[in-house]
Design a protein. Sequence first.
Lengths: 112, 114
Amino acid sequence: GENVEQHPSTLSVQEGDSAVIKCTYSDSASNYFPWYKQELGKRPQLIIDIRSNVGEKKDQRIAVTLNKTAKHFSLHITETQPEDSAVYFCAASKSNTGKLIFGQGTTLQVKP
Amino acid sequence: GAGVSQSPSNKVTEKGKDVELRCDPISGHTALYWYRQRLGQGLEFLIYFQGNSAPDKSGLPSDRFSAERTGESVSTLTIQRTQQEDSAVYLCASSPPGGGREQFFGPGTRLTVL
């Protein structure tokens, strides 16, 4: 079945720096790749997603890139702020099934 | 509008007891998912309901786990003869019909098996 690997498991950056989180997936049929942010004790919330017909998507300080050939996708956060501190999860799914296969998560700490 | 709701928010039970967890999806969302999140870990897919289609049960870890959904409304996840390794947060999510749609998560039920 599908497997999603996420790196790094923890990431610490200074406020204003950029943060990059990378994920690889195993099933070449996967075509939907969301990123979720989970603050401590809260539910996961979607921050950005990308579909396989697109190589890059940007929303203000957040961007996601997708390399279908290499089967990896990345989350880029620029000008990080302390409120960006949270756990970030990547996920993959196929359009004929909604189930998401999640990565193990990255704990991002932004130091003021 | 109202988001996904789950009850109870916390459940403490003794090993060997059965538990029922409830999920109320967003109205109009035909797809409903259950995930498990162990402490400090990622979300693990359990089961997926889409309209009147047969559910995808491929993520259920054992036959002690089962789930039901009536139409496009409430779902119940049942764990029989609970074990300590079942301790986790159980998250429910719903989404509009069709794959590749945003899943909206509920607040979760924190299950502790003593």
